[in-house]
Design a protein around this ligand. Structure first.
Ligand SMILES: *[C@@H]1O[C@H](CO)[C@@H](O)[C@H](O)[C@H]1NC(C)=O
Ligand SMILES: *[C@@H]1O[C@H](CO)[C@@H](O)[C@H](O)[C@H]1NC(C)=O
Ligand SMILES: *[C@@H]1O[C@H](CO)[C@@H](O)[C@H](O)[C@H]1NC(C)=O
Ligand SMILES: *[C@@H]1O[C@H](CO)[C@@H](O)[C@H](O)[C@H]1NC(C)=O
Ligand SMILES: *[C@@H]1O[C@H](CO)[C@@H](O)[C@H](O)[C@H]1NC(C)=O
Length: 239
């Protein structure tokens, strides 16, 4: 894959070439080094302009001709940007998502010897690693049924995806059943339900995931009696 983003010293985890359009989507983790580089380019280029649009503001990053590079000293992350003319890679060290949002649309304009130009766009998304989730449970019991709400809690949850599964063991196993809930909260109504009492919550984003597990067995003892044995439904469902 000559000319592709090679993961040397960097952890660029996703690279998608949008069909028919010169826009590449790049996912990067906070703190790591990112290199933006076109897949192919003509050798007849004479000058390069790198620009970025961060939110709504546009900035120039640097200009390079065959003899020299001039960089924008006013760019907030100027000290972390470098350009490699040999492979046309724009490198950004310690990519940041917190103090200055460096997620944005990066554009490389390539000027060719005949006066024509080529534009490459890179949509950079800087993401935090998913933190370790925790599961909080609340229980009520009635008539041999145990009503549970499991809440999968994770700091900085913006943009994460939840998935739930259950099985017989505290660590996830291939024979676990996946549940169809994709929210932080899972509502359950269970009776004595065999050995599948371990619930796993997997929180993920494009670059990372984290998992938490809870055993519901100690939460449901099915000892509460009910004289009339009416089963209440709470909009929940059996699993
Ligand atoms: C581009 O070249 C520079 C310097 O030779 C090198 O450090 C960098 O890893 C290269 N980048 C890619 C994506 O190959
Ligand atoms: C680069 O430098 C060479 C030699 O000094 C010169 O002939 C050429 O015109 C320069 N190119 C540009 C684009 O300035
Ligand atoms: C539950 O696990 C125990 C011990 O691992 C096993 O003997 C039993 O058959 C299992 N029950 C069900 C319903 O799978
Ligand atoms: C958690 O979800 C992510 C994203 O779907 C997946 O890559 C990862 O393998 C999952 N982890 C486990 C233990 O299933
Ligand atoms: C059964 O569980 C409930 C709460 O879930 C608790 O208040 C009760 O003491 C438990 N009973 C036994 C016998 O463990």
């Amino acid at each position: 894959m000559k000319g592709a983003l090679v993961p040397v010293l960097l952890s660029l985890l996703l690279l998608l070439q949008a069909a028919g359009c010169q826009e590449v989507k790049v996912m990067a983790a906070v703190g790591e080094t990112v290199q933006l580089q076109p897949k192919t380019w003509p050798s007849s280029w004479v000058a390069i302009n790198w620009k970025v649009k961060l939110r709504l503001e546009g900035y120039w990053i640097l200009r390079h001709d065959q003899n020299r590079t001039s960089a924008n000293p006013l760019l907030t992350f100027a000290d972390r940007v470098s350009f490699h003319p040999g492979n046309l890679s724009l490198q950004i060290n310690s990519i940041n998502s917190v103090t200055e949002k460096e997620s944005g649309l990066y554009t490389m304009d390539l000027k060719l010897g005949d006066g024509s130009g080529i534009t490459n766009n890179f949509h950079l998304f800087v993401l935090d690693h998913v933190r370790q989730p925790k599961i909080k449970a609340s229980t009520s019991q009635e008539c041999g049924w145990c009503y549970l709400t499991l809440s999968c809690l994770v700091p900085k949850a913006a943009g994460v995806t939840y998935s739930w599964s259950r099985g017989e063991s505290s660590s996830p196993a291939p024979e676990d059943h996946s549940l169809h809930e994709h929210q932080a909260d899972l509502q359950l109504e269970i009776t004595k339900s065999g050995n599948n009492t371990f619930y796993h919550c997997n929180v993920s984003n494009a670059i990372s995931w984290g998992m938490a597990t809870i055993d519901v067995k100690p939460l449901c003892n099915y000892t509460s009696k009910c004289p009339l044995c009416t089963r209440h439904t709470r909009g929940a469902r059996d699993v």
